[in-house]
Design a protein around this ligand. Structure first.
Ligand SMILES: Cc1ncc(COP(=O)(O)O)c(C=O)c1O
Length: 386
């Protein structure tokens, strides 16, 4: 969780520019098409489709809206159950709950913090409509096993890949495993445009309806391609397409992705190598990246042994002008989660991790000297010394 942080010398997040953002935004304005699906949107679509090898990618106004579209495209009906980790952002569930779906909370693995695939079958019922793995911190969930189980029961898989753009599982890009996947370009993500997202469509049967749902339930996309001579209302839908001004900003980021990835890899690796020994001595868990996962270097977290030690370290960093933040509160214990039957002890790993997890400052422009300062403050902290 993060917000504006003017009091901090080293904030938690700063959206980074790669160079061409303002030029492309000015160009979009000059071209005169600033509604959705202009030339920069098309460029983003092509770049993402070609890089990921996805059937179709459609920019959306947020990852939340991409998930909303996924629930619409799957025709989720009242009473349908959706399995997703309790340790996630509300949008992962909300999209399906908005259609009348029932949230089913699954606990996470203690190593990668992704849904624990060993628990999956025990939660499947005849009403299960979708499984939504979240690739936490851009480290892949165990997709082979998840797809195998989902396939056996005929259940759709939608990836919430808000953190994992261009990360891979066994060499294949995240977001290309489920029939649908949702990406985020929110200002806290690796590639940003302020607010934005994308729906990745891997099932060709869903492409035409996705275009309709995204365009207020009309066949306007076909009209613009000259495939129909007028457009009209053909299905339910809403307005999920971002302005081409935002797409122009996003394109500048996407085309410099290698530069962003290199900066983030350097930051992540520095934290890991400089905190490893301290973590071992203090019973602190650092991120685990299985050998078959190429991560996105989205964040660096510590899992402290207790809520008290987590809060104390946040305070200590704050005293030194450094903002660190916790992350998700268990959704099965939220007001909505409890109404859906969630109870204490239901997802024990989620509950422990949520208490202990702390995210360190992480943004493309974080300098080596700032990072050294953060590391120094953390290393002065001893868990036993509370
Ligand atoms: C796992 C996950 N899914 C979805 C979202 C929502 O993303 P957006 O802000 O683009 O709607 C977030 C936001 O951080 C997230 O962490």
């Amino acid at each position: 969780m993060s917000g504006p942080s003017p009091r901090y010398r080293i904030p938690f997040n700063k959206p980074g520019l790669t160079g061409n953002e303002l030029r492309y935004v000015a160009d979009a304005l000059t071209l005169g098409h600033i509604a959705g699906d202009g030339s920069y949107t098309r460029r983003c679509h092509t770049l993402l489709e070609q890089t990921l090898g996805a059937t179709r990618v459609l920019l959306t106004t947020s990852c939340t809206h991409a998930l909303d579209m996924a629930a619409l495209l799957l025709n989720v009906q009242p009473g349908d159950e959706v399995i997703a980790p309790s340790f996630t952002f509300v949008s992962t569930f909300n999209a399906f709950v908005l259609r009348g779906g029932r949230p089913v909370f699954i606990d996470i693995r203690p190593d990668t913090l992704n849904l624990d695939e060993a628990l999956l079958e025990s939660l499947i019922t005849p009403r299960t409509r979708a499984i939504v793995p979240v690739h936490y911190a851009g480290v892949a969930a165990e997709m082979d096993r998840i797809l195998e189980i989902a396939g056996r029961y005929g259940i759709a898989v939608v990836e919430d890949n808000a953190h994992g753009l261009f990360a891979r599982y066994k060499q294949k890009y995240l977001g290309t495993f489920g029939c649908l996947a949702a990406q985020s370009f929110h200002e806290t993500k690796n590639v940003v445009c302020g607010e934005g997202g994308a729906l990745v469509i891997n099932d060709p049967n869903l492409v035409e309806r996705a275009e309709i749902v995204r365009e207020k339930g009309t066949n306007r996309s076909r009209f613009f391609r000259g495939q129909v001579d007028k457009y009209s209302w053909v299905d339910i839908g809403s307005s999920y397409l971002p302005s081409d001004i935002l797409a122009a900003f996003l394109y500048a980021q996407l085309e410099k992705y290698d530069q962003i990835a290199a900066a983030r890899q350097r930051i992540w690796t520095y934290y890991y190598t400089h905190l490893d020994q301290w973590a071992r001595a203090n019973g602190v868990q650092l991120p685990h990246v299985p050998a078959h996962c190429q991560q996105s270097y989205h964040m660096f977290y510590l899992i402290m042994p207790s809520l008290e030690s987590r809060q104390a370290l946040i305070e200590k960093l704050k005293e030194n002008g450094i903002l660190s933040v916790f992350h998700y509160l268990p959704l099965h214990l939220s007001a909505m989660g409890v109404r859906a039957g969630g109870r204490q002890g239901q997802c024990p790993v989620t509950e422990r991790v949520s208490d202990g997890l702390l995210r360190l400052p992480f943004y493309n422009d974080l300098s080596l000297s700032e990072q050294a300062e953060v590391v120094e403050v953390v290393r002065q902290f001893t868990v036993g010394g509370l």
